[in-house]
Write a protein that binds this ligand. Structure first.
Ligand SMILES: Cc1ncc(COP(=O)(O)O)c(C=O)c1O
Length: 381
């Protein structure tokens, strides 16, 4: 982890100070010029930049092996800023059904603004090249996907997009930088909901976009224009979360693998997707592009009906029935009723989000407690 910046306190504080100031008194017109010309890393107004936010940007840039990173108010602010910064009317965008649900809402806004969109099943990623057009400007994907944990080959997708000068953007929220670095595999930008594993404690919302210095400049322009700069307090919480990030990520992946192995042969469970299982369709690709394990997320169908899934979830004691993911606690939800609720029903069912599909995010509890809880709830079906 990077050390904090030099400060005027004599000694350096161990924790980056929370700078709540919205504006800054100009030392002189010369200092103002140096800041606006980008000669010094100085601050004038919170919508432009904030030192607490800047500190956490540098840490996440390092984690993603990026030249720089821009932090914003939420994961969806990050996704939307990517679309707003790089797409114009007449451009073609390729999206996948199995990406976080709110992107569907954003897609409706983009279409209204004249962006042409093709939706593909995430399992059909090898067909991306076939669906590219002369006006394709961007392919935006997640791997593992939310919620079904499907895996796409980032390096192969990057080769396809490079051929026509389109951008490849990877939402790395499910994998986290502990397991996967899309920029190293050829992606142009990596996006995070830092609300999830990076923050890790269900107590802040933030988004991150990491990439080259020129991408940072372009995205900074958008953030400064529309005002999606994160507040300093949330940035400080995020920086604290990052101090234990790798410990948490390692434990989540180990818990998830043990849970998946336990559930794999249970007769009440079907369509189990966890990329760490040798039987998973995405395992070979995941092995190639992920490291330190396969993350804390999995999806599976319970029994035959939504009532079965509801009965199962209602019988859990230690595992929380809640949305979000990547937190210290193990969380479970029915995406059909929550994260994918906004999608027309036929779209959810058409790509595998069934009425009884559940998504589980492994926390950092003792695995035997979690497995005992799941065992007990499975008996309730
Ligand atoms: C993969 C993924 N991307 C983006 C988001 C949106 O993040 P936020 O809730 O921080 O806006 C989420 C939220 O669950 C997500 O799972």
């Amino acid at each position: 982890m990077m050390k904090g910046p030099l400060t005027p306190y004599g000694n350096k504080p161990m924790v980056t100070p929370i700078v709540n100031s919205v504006n800054y008194e100009y030392e002189s017109f010369e200092v103002l010029r140096q800041i606006t010309d980008g000669e010094v890393d100085g601050y004038t107004y919170h919508r432009d930049d904030n030192p607490t936010v800047r500190s956490v940007e540098k840490i996440i840039a390092q984690m993603e092996d990026a030249e720089d990173c821009i932090i914003v108010t939420s994961g969806m602010a990050a996704c939307t800023m990517v679309f707003l910064t790089y797409l114009s009317a007449g451009d073609h965008l390729i999206l996948f059904h199995d990406i976080y649900g709110a992107n569907y809402k954003v897609s409706l806004i983009l279409e209204r603004m004249g962006v042409e969109i093709t939706w593909l099943d995430a399992s059909d990623w090898p067909l991306v090249e076939k669906h590219m057009k002369t006006n394709t400007a961007m392919v935006f994907c997640e791997t593992p996907t939310n919620p079904l944990c499907k895996i796409m080959d980032i390096h192969s997708l990057a080769q396809m997009t490079k051929k026509i000068n389109a951008m490849l953007v990877v939402d790395n929220t499910f994998a986290t930088p502990f397991h996967q670095n899309p920029l190293k595999l050829g992606a142009d930008l990596v996006v995070h909901s830092a609300t999830k594993g990076l923050g890790g404690h269900n107590d802040l919302m933030a988004g991150a976009i990491a990439g080259s210095k020129s991408h940072y400049d372009a995205l900074w322009f958008t953030r400064q224009a529309i005002g999606t700069t994160l507040d300093a307090y949330s940035a400080s919480l995020l920086e604290r979360g990052l101090k234990t990030f790798s410990l948490r990520a390692e434990k989540m992946a180990s818990n998830a693998l043990q849970i998946a192995r336990h559930l794999e042969h249970n007769p009440h469970i079907s369509n189990l997707r966890y990329p760490g299982l040798e039987s998973d369709q995405g395992h070979e690709t995941a092995k190639k592009q992920m490291h330190n394990g396969f993350g804390g997320m999995m999806a599976f169908d319970i029994g035959k009906t939504q009532e079965d899934a509801k009965k199962f979830i209602s019988s859990l004691d230690s595992i929380y029935h809640a949305v979000s993911l990547g937190s210290t606690e193990t969380l479970i939800c029915i995406p059909y009723l929550t994260t994918m609720l906004y999608l027309p029903s036929e779209r959810r069912l058409g790509f595998g989000v069934n009425a009884n599909t559940v998504r589980l995010s492994a926390g950092i509890e003792e695995p035997k407690t979690l497995i005992a809880d799941l065992k007990k709830a499975l008996k309730a079906i």
